[in-house]
Design a protein around this ligand. Structure first.
Ligand SMILES: *[C@@H]1O[C@H](CO)[C@@H](O)[C@H](O)[C@H]1NC(C)=O
Ligand SMILES: *[C@@H]1O[C@H](CO)[C@@H](O)[C@H](O)[C@H]1NC(C)=O
Length: 447
């Protein structure tokens, strides 16, 4: 008797407990949604007609999962001379922010690139998301710097996902040894996981420039496999990948694709001071290097189109003493905005220069007949065409390198152009917001 009763009890009671748990969990989720201060833009969805079969219609998928990604790199050196802070990010137009860069030690440890900027700086009220100056005498161990502001931004814009980008052009030297050594890979994944948990991040972006042979390409797969095991399925793993055939042909793309959520194509720098003649640095078609060739190669090699994000430069590459026609010899490069030969997009076109658009190649540039300066860069017209291309190809979306260089006015802003080309509807799955195991009190308690 007693046995039957306990079996009955279990049979009846367990489902009830489960249902209550599920309901409670859903309510928790709803509560989070209700806290949205600025909800992501919504589509006007029409309610589907009741199913004729009488079967209850399956719940509709979360909105905007399939809407395009608009990603941008936030560079931590931007807070100095560029005076571009987290508070300047146009979060409503961005689905993903990639934080550049963390360095990689040769033992596998990921180390923050500029701890003062990343976690320590106390911002004055006008440079914070919540308009409260960072307090100097809060008790306990707390997070400050850009990552605190990014966490506040994530709370305000729940569609915004933030990943820490590791490596980059200057800090890729140790990838080779780390990726090829199991113990170092463990160190890599452990530090990746603790950075995600401590800083309140949504994922890790690997920017290894570039694996130089088949051995390194195989190690790259091992590295992302281990990272996926450490981070689990709910955190993002992305990679910044090359668009030059010599570089991308080395990669083991289908094996990488099994682990990686997003491939950010560095679809720029096809032309520059290193060349004998001028050229388009980011053309969609034509020439010996172009975006379309790279995209097609990645798809053909097993990277699903919906994991491919097309990179767009927010800078120009400039050439002095040359003719208007691309392919002309030049003599030197101008001093640029921050480095020789390169201008931030926001200062383009230069005074006196005229913008041109080659609609066949989908490439834009400016030319100044007086000082004979040629600058290859993407205008709003080019960005619009690239976003339309991304939609036609079924790509995940577009990415900008890098956000501080974009124009401030809407009619010139490349980010705004992408956002409006996507009809103001961008990818908006919820970010992570609960970090109960963070070492930082304020992140742990949700500020
Ligand atoms: C590589 O590792 C060494 C030793 O840990 C470190 O000093 C260096 O900053 C790392 N990164 C690069 C790009 O050399
Ligand atoms: C920090 O110190 C100042 C000056 O001593 C004081 O006025 C303020 O209330 C303190 N803030 C906190 C959070 O303790």
């Amino acid at each position: 008797m007693a046995d039957r009763r306990s079996v009955l009890f279990t049979v009846i009671f367990t489902p009830i407990v489960l249902i209550l748990l599920i309901l409670g969990w859903q309510r928790g989720g709803l509560k989070n949604d209700e806290q949205l201060e600025s909800p992501p833009p919504t589509t006007t969805t029409t309610t589907p007609p009741p199913a004729e079969t009488g079967i209850i219609a399956p719940p509709s998928p979360p909105s905007h999962v399939n809407d395009p990604i608009v990603a941008g790199y936030f560079v931590n050196w931007g807070i100095y001379d560029r005076n571009y802070n987290v508070v300047d990010l146009q979060a409503e137009k961005l689905s993903h922010v990639l934080y550049a860069f963390a360095n990689l030690n040769d033992d596998g440890t990921i180390v923050l690139g500029d701890p003062w900027a990343d976690t320590d700086k106390h911002f004055p009220a006008e440079q914070t998301i919540n308009k409260k100056a960072d307090d100097w005498n809060e008790s306990g161990e707390n997070l400050y710097g850009n990552f605190k502001q990014l966490y506040l931004l994530k709370q305000k814009y729940r569609h915004l996902k933030v990943s820490l980008s590791v490596g980059g052009w200057s800090w890729s030297a140790n990838f080779s040894t780390v990726a090829s050594t199991p113990q170092k890979r463990i160190r890599f994944t452990e530090t990746a996981l603790s950075l995600v948990n401590n800083l309140g991040l949504d994922g890790i972006d690997i920017d290894w420039e570039m694996p130089k042979d088949d051995t390194e390409a195989a190690s790259y797969v091992s590295l992302v496999k281990d990272l996926r095991i450490a981070l689990g399925p709910d955190y993002l793993i992305s990679v910044a990948v090359p668009c030059g055939p010599d570089d991308y042909k080395k990669l083991h793309l289908s094996e990488m694709a099994a682990q990686i959520d997003l491939f950010y194509l560095m679809a720029y720098d096809y032309a520059g001071a290193w060349d004998p003649v001028t050229g388009h640095q980011a053309a969609l078609y034509g020439g010996s290097l172009n975006n379309d060739n790279a995209v097609n190669y990645y798809i053909k090699s097993g990277v699903p189109a919906e994991k491919i994000v097309l990179g767009i430069p927010a800078y120009g590459r400039a050439f002095s003493k040359t003719d208007q026609k691309p392919g002309s010899p030049f003599d030197g490069v101008p001093s640029g905005t921050w480095e020789a030969g390169s201008y931030d997009y926001r200062v383009l076109p230069r005074p006196g220069a005229v913008e041109h658009f080659d609609s066949e190649k989908v490439a834009s540039y400016s030319y100044d007949p007086k000082n004979r300066e040629f600058v290859t860069y993407d205008t709003p017209e080019a960005v619009k065409a690239k976003c339309e291309y991304a939609l036609e190809k079924g790509l995940a979306g577009v990415m900008f390198w890098e956000l501080s260089a974009d124009a401030k006015t809407q009619d010139r802003s490349l980010l705004h152009t992408a956002y409006t080309t996507f009809n103001n509807q961008i990818h908006s799955t919820l970010n992570h917001i609960d970090y109960s195991s963070s070492q930082f009190q304020n992140i742990k308690s949700g500020m």
